[in-house]
Design a protein around this ligand. Structure first.
Ligand code: VG1
Ligand code: CO
Length: 542
């Protein structure tokens, strides 16, 4: 039976950089999840009779939320749901299933890199028929709907078994429980030279992949160990847990500390990688060498034709605005376009769909290509494995050669987390007003040549996105960017991104914090970070 439930709007259901993210306790309030899901359903065209993909990263409340959404999908006359077994699907796997099975869209339950568990965060995002995150136009429509909603539709049926592969029914709706890994693994095999990677592992090459007790565990065990023959033990923290084992499923030097320690030991593995809660981020490290995500994107672009899927070359590349300009230098040399978009994967979708770009990435440990419409953690790891196998060099050698050829965009991001929200917005507002006065000021021999509030005009659909970050440009060689996070759930998070091009050979390997010290100081002073936030140093440096 299908029931119409009366409800009232909750304030604050506006999706951020990547979906709606809130403390799990917020999501567990009666009607909270239902309101948002119904708002999505009310905004999706042709929902009745549609096929939807559904899965999540396995965090606390995932299984309960799946049951609710299944009953609501039936209540809204969806004809079929493709569900990951156990309610698990990585974000890139959802994207690939939507595309390959011609679904109308999909719902992903994840707060990505945010901690989970009863005191952690939960999240939900809608992806459209191209497999990519809903555009800003759609997320705004969903938000508007959530502020006027007064009813939702839900089937009264009991529990559905989500752990057994195959078909079941809920009212008139068919539910197909899929192996979460199978389609994705096949897609990866079609892009990379798996035989070459198998040979690499046979030759004694040693790798560690840290799945951080999040969704990539089953994918990594299957692809790296079972299919590619990496020895058992290559994947660590490979079992998804509702609280990620108490950790923070964010693949960076701070949160993947154990992996970093292993790689830095003299007898440590040759290659290390990690992924986040929902499997779309990646960290790449060599033996004693960390590859910044911005450099990783540039190196991938420069080496793309060595990988089977990109043998014909790249149509173009794109990076989010705060991502370093390393990839721009590669694009210039390849003579292909390079687009600069606001933070968040949703801005790459139109460029990918229109065939303007093949590769894209963000400084926040995200890289991807036109194979799906999300960033893709394991894809990036396989790209690097394929590259290491073909070049027969270490990660450190590949990075060093890249810097020699293009220069190094020395880069750092400083995050000030859980800052008082009013103080953070005043900081941004005052800095915005002061931008014109900063032009002409000097730091370490360079002048501020321009300062602006970044806005993006989408070249495909003509939409405009304003207020996407404050930029201080110091010519072509240095830059400082400030923005407030759109994924946090407590207070505000201020992100400051700092970079400078280094071309002197003797300085290429120097420590980034030291190299950028003068810019870091200047960035703090002009924004008054210490006085306004009360913080003497950032919480996380990447
Ligand atoms: C952060 C990153 C951004 C990324 C987003 C979603 O957003 O900076 O580059 O696209 O997270 O990633 P923000 O607004 O907090 O800076 V994921 O892996 O958390 O879905
Ligand atoms: Co993520």
């Amino acid at each position: 039976m299908i029931e119409t439930c009366r409800t009232q709007p909750f304030s604050g259901q506006r999706p951020g950089t990547s979906g709606l993210r809130k403390p799990v306790k917020t999501f567990m309030q009666p009607h909270y999840l239902e309101n948002f899901v119904q708002s999505v359903f009310d905004c999706v065209e042709d929902l009745a009779g549609a096929t939807l993909v559904l899965g999540g990263d396995g965090r606390y409340h995932n299984r309960e939320a799946i049951q609710t959404i299944l009953r609501m999908a039936a209540g809204n006359r969806v004809s079929r749901v493709l569900l990951g077994r156990g309610g698990l699907l990585s974000t890139p796997a959802v994207s690939s299933i939507i595309r390959h099975r011609g679904a109308t869209g999909g719902l992903i339950l994840s707060a990505s890199h945010n901690p989970g568990g009863p005191n952690g965060d939960f999240g939900i995002k809608y992806n459209s028929g191209n497999g990519g995150p809903a555009t800003e136009t759609l997320t705004e429509a969903i938000y508007t709907r959530s502020q006027e909603i007064d009813r939702y539709y839900i089937a009264t049926t009991n529990h559905v078994d989500i752990d057994v592969l195959g078909d079941t029914h809920l009212e008139a709706m068919k539910i197909t429980v899929l192996d979460p890994v199978a389609d994705y693994s096949e897609l990866m095999e079609s892009l990379f030279d798996f035989e070459r990677i198998r040979e690499l592992f046979r030759s004694g090459f040693r790798m560690r992949f840290d799945a951080m007790h999040a969704v990539t565990g089953p994918y990594a065990h299957a692809i790296l160990e079972d299919v590619l023959g990496a020895p058992e033990g290559t994947v660590i923290h490979g079992t998804p847990l509702a609280d990620f084992g108490g950790g923070h499923p964010d693949p960076n030097l701070t949160h993947a500390a154990e992996l970093v320690r292993q790689l830095n030991r003299p007898e440590g593995p040759d290659f290390g990688a990690a992924s986040d809660g929902d499997g779309d981020r990646n960290m790449i490290i060599g033996h004693g060498c960390f590859v910044t995500p911005s450099d990783s994107l540039a190196i991938m672009a420069a080496n793309a034709t060595r990988i089977p899927a990109y043998r014909e070359g790249l149509l173009g590349v794109a990076r989010s605005m705060p991502t370093s300009r390393a990839v721009d230098r590669v694009a210039a040399r390849l003579n292909i376009p390079c687009y600069e978009t606001p933070t968040g994967w949703k801005f790459f979708g139109n460029l990918l769909d229109a065939g303007r770009i093949t590769l894209c990435g963000e400084e926040s440990f995200g890289t991807g290509s036109n194979h799906v419409r999300e960033k893709d953690g394991l894809w990036a790891v396989l790209f690097w494995l394929n590259l290491l196998a073909v070049r027969g060099q270490s990660v450190a050698e590949i990075v060093a050669e890249h810097w020699q050829a293009y220069g190094r965009d020395v880069y750092t991001r400083h995050d000030y987390e859980d800052v008082d929200a009013d103080a953070a917005s005043r900081l941004m507002q005052d800095l915005r007003e002061n931008l014109p006065g900063l032009v002409g000021q000097t730091v370490g021999g360079s002048h501020v040549t321009a300062a602006d509030d970044f806005a993006y005009d989408d070249p495909i659909d003509g939409s405009r996105s304003e207020g996407q970050g404050l930029r201080l440009m110091l010519g072509d060689e240095a830059r400082i960017v400030y923005r407030l996070s759109g994924t946090g759930t407590q207070g505000a998070t201020l992100r400051v991104y700092i970079e400078r091009l280094e071309t002197r050979r003797s300085h290429l390997q120097a420590d980034a914090q030291t190299q950028l010290a003068d810019l870091i100081r200047f960035a703090g002073e002009v924004a008054g970070i210490a006085e306004r936030t009360g913080r003497q140093s950032p919480d996380v440096i990447t």
